[in-house]
Write a protein that binds this ligand. Structure first.
Ligand SMILES: [Zn+2]
Length: 205
């Protein structure tokens, strides 16, 4: 379901632990449309790339604003509030696409994922779509089958005070026993703050 916010009134409202309404706002209007699953998907992606900040370079677009965006589709998912273009410093867009695959799979949303030279587009559409629009495709949009989430690198997680292995597992969508085994931890009750854990990509376990 898409919810409607006001940039002025709700800008600081958190839609997920690391994402606020203002991050999805359109530069041209106060109204902000955000699909309720989009922030959840971005939050998961953020975890899958190692808890690195994910920047939304374009979220909701008013129809007028979208029309002025160079190369934007006329019926863009951005107009519906279901899409985000994201980047993360030092993380290749291809890795972001893999993280998006893992996130959509986890949420059981077909969704759309597009690979671009400088960003990854992800949206919550009900009919699966995957495409690449990069220098490799000559700048043309080319449909593709998608990206393997199992090619995601391990995430390094530093245990914080009060953490339990099951809470960490829950956060990354991995059974705590798998997490223990992956890290050679004999007693899952014995982890300490500051300890570094390797968290495997969702489908690599
Ligand atoms: Zn986009």
């Amino acid at each position: 379901m898409v919810r409607i916010y006001s940039k002025a009134r709700d800008g600081e409202v958190k839609l997920a632990p690391h994402f606020a309404v203002r991050e999805f706002a359109c530069p041209a209007t106060d109204e902000v449309l955000v699909d309720e699953w989009l922030p959840a998907a971005l939050e998961l992606m953020r975890g899958y790339i190692g808890d690195k900040p994910l920047r939304v370079t374009s979220g909701y677009r008013s129809p007028a604003y979208n029309a002025a965006v160079k190369g934007a589709a006329q019926n863009s998912q951005h107009i519906l509030g279901t899409a985000a273009d994201v980047t993360s410093a030092g993380v290749p867009p291809l890795t972001l696409c893999r993280a998006a695959e893992a996130a959509l799979e986890r949420l059981d949303i077909p969704g759309g994922i597009g690979l671009y030279d400088s960003f990854c587009h992800v949206d919550m559409r009900e009919r699966r779509a995957r495409w690449e629009t990069t220098a490799r495709t000559g700048g043309a949009e080319r449909a593709c089958s998608g990206w393997s989430a199992s090619a995601l690198p391990d995430t390094e997680y530093t245990v914080r005070p009060g953490d339990t292995l099951s809470a960490i597992g829950k956060r990354f969508g991995i059974a705590y026993m798998d997490l223990a085994r992956y890290n050679g931890i004999a007693d899952p009750n014995k982890i300490r703050a500051g300890q570094k854990l390797a968290v495997p990509a969702p489908k690599a376990v």
